[in-house]
Ligand binder design. Structure first.
Ligand code: DGY
Length: 328
C-alpha cells in the first residue's frame, strides 16, 4: 500500500523527521521558511496529513483547497490556530500535545513571575549599560514572592502546576478563577481557593494568566481589569497573545498603575507592541515557556505519534475532535 503523504510545516528535530520518514512519504520545511496561507495550502493540497505548529492556521478556506487532508497534528497544547468546527465538518482530525509540557511550562511561568517581581531584566539592563556605580538601599527593590498571594486565571494542568509550586515551595496563598471550579481533592492538593474574577484581580499580589485563547477570552485583561489590580501587583501572561490588551497594559505599566509585567506571548506575535519595548518594568520573552530540549522533543514525538497512530490504527493518542473520525 502506498505510504500516506505528510507535510511538516515548520522545522523540527531531524530525528523526528527521520521517524516520520519510516512511516510516511514526508515533505518537510526544514529550512523553516514561515509559510503564508497560500503557500501552506499549496504544500498541503496533495497531502494526507500535516505536522503543524501554533503559527500554522488551519481553517475552512485552507481545508477547501486540501481535499486529501485527514489529520493535522499540532506540536502545541494550544490549538487556537485550528478552526475546530471547520475541521470537524470536513472530517479532519485535530490533535495537540497536552501533559508532556505541563511541568516545564509551569516552571517557566513561575520563573517569569519571580523575574518580574524581583525586576531581573530591568536591573540586568542597568548593569550592562554600565550604570551600576554604587550600592543603594532601594536599588531595584521589588516585591516578595514567598508568602505573597498568587492569583491564577485559568486553572488547567499548567495553572495547577504553578499553584503547587507557589503553595508548597514558597508558602504562597493561592487563589484562582476558572470557568469551572476544581474538585475538592485537586483544590486541596494545590492549596488553592476559588474566587470570582473580580476578587482575583483585586487580591492577587502576582497574577498569572494560563487560560486558553478563544473569542470569549479575547482581552480578558484590559484597562478595566488592570484598574482593579493593586498598584504593587505584577501580571504574567504565559497563555496566549490577545488575552491581554497589550496597548492598555503598556500604558498601565508606564503610569505605574501596576508594578510590573512578565510576558511570554503577545498580540500579533512575533510582532510586539512598540510601547511594551520602551517601558522598563516589563520582562519580555519570545514564547518559550515550553522550550526545554526534552519537552520540545516530547511534544514533537507526541505530534508524530498521533500521525503514526492515526494512519496505522485509525485513531489518535490526543485527539481534539474525535467526532471527526465518524466522518471517515
Ligand atoms: C503550546 O504548546 O501551546 C505553547 O504555547 C507552544 O506553542
Amino acid at each position: 500500500m502506498a505510504k500516506a503523504k505528510i507535510f511538516v510545516a515548520r522545522a523540527v528535530f531531524p530525528e523526528i523527521v527521520e521517524y516520520l520518514a519510516q512511516h510516511f512519504e514526508v515533505q518537510s520545511n526544514q529550512s523553516d521558511q514561515v509559510l503564508n496561507k497560500d503557500q501552506l495550502a499549496q504544500h498541503l493540497a496533495d497531502k494526507d496529513g500535516a505536522f503543524t505548529t501554533g503559527s500554522d492556521r488551519i481553517d475552512g478556506e485552507l481545508l477547501a483547497a486540501c481535499p486529501r487532508l485527514k489529520i493535522c497534528a499540532n506540536m502545541a497544547v494550544g490549538f487556537n490556530n485550528f478552526d475546530l468546527d471547520a475541521m470537524t465538518a470536513r472530517g479532519v482530525l485535530a490533535t495537540n500535545t497536552p501533559d508532556v509540557l505541563t511541568e516545564t511550562t509551569a516552571d517557566f511561568g513561575f520563573a517569569l513571575m519571580m523575574a518580574t517581581a524581583r525586576r531581573m531584566t530591568e536591573s540586568e539592563h542597568y548593569l550592562r549599560a554600565g550604570k551600576w556605580t554604587k550600592w543603594s538601599y532601594d536599588m531595584f527593590a521589588g516585591s516578595d514572592v514567598h508568602g505573597a498571594t498568587l492569583g491564577i486565571l485559568g486553572m488547567g494542568r499548567i495553572g495547577q502546576g504553578i499553584a503547587r509550586r507557589g503553595a508548597h515551595g514558597f508558602g504562597m496563598k493561592v487563589i484562582y478563577h476558572n470557568r469551572s471550579r476544581l474538585d475538592a481533592a485537586t483544590e486541596a492538593e494545590c492549596k488553592a481557593h476559588y474566587v470570582s474574577k473580580e476578587e482575583l484581580l483585586k487580591t492577587a499580589d502576582h497574577l498569572v494568566l494560563v487560560l486558553p485563547y478563544s473569542a470569549s477570552s479575547h482581552h480578558a485583561i484590559g484597562a478595566a481589569e488592570i484598574g482593579l489590580m493593586k498598584p504593587t501587583a505584577t501580571l504574567v501572561n504565559i497563555a496566549r497573545g490577545g488575552i491581554v490588551d497589550d496597548a492598555a497594559l503598556a500604558q498601565a505599566l508606564r503610569e505605574g498603575r501596576i508594578a510590573a509585567a512578565g510576558l511570554d506571548v503577545f498580540e500579533g506575535e512575533p510582532k510586539v507592541h512598540p510601547d511594551l519595548l520602551t517601558v522598563p518594568n516589563v520582562v519580555l520573552t519570545p514564547h518559550i515557556a515550553s522550550a526545554s530540549v526534552p519537552t520540545r522533543l516530547a511534544m514533537a514525538r507526541l505530534a508524530a505519534d498521533n500521525l503514526v497512530e492515526f494512519f496505522s490504527k485509525g485513531k489518535a493518542l490526543t485527539p481534539l475532535n474525535p467526532q471527526a473520525l465518524a466522518k471517515h
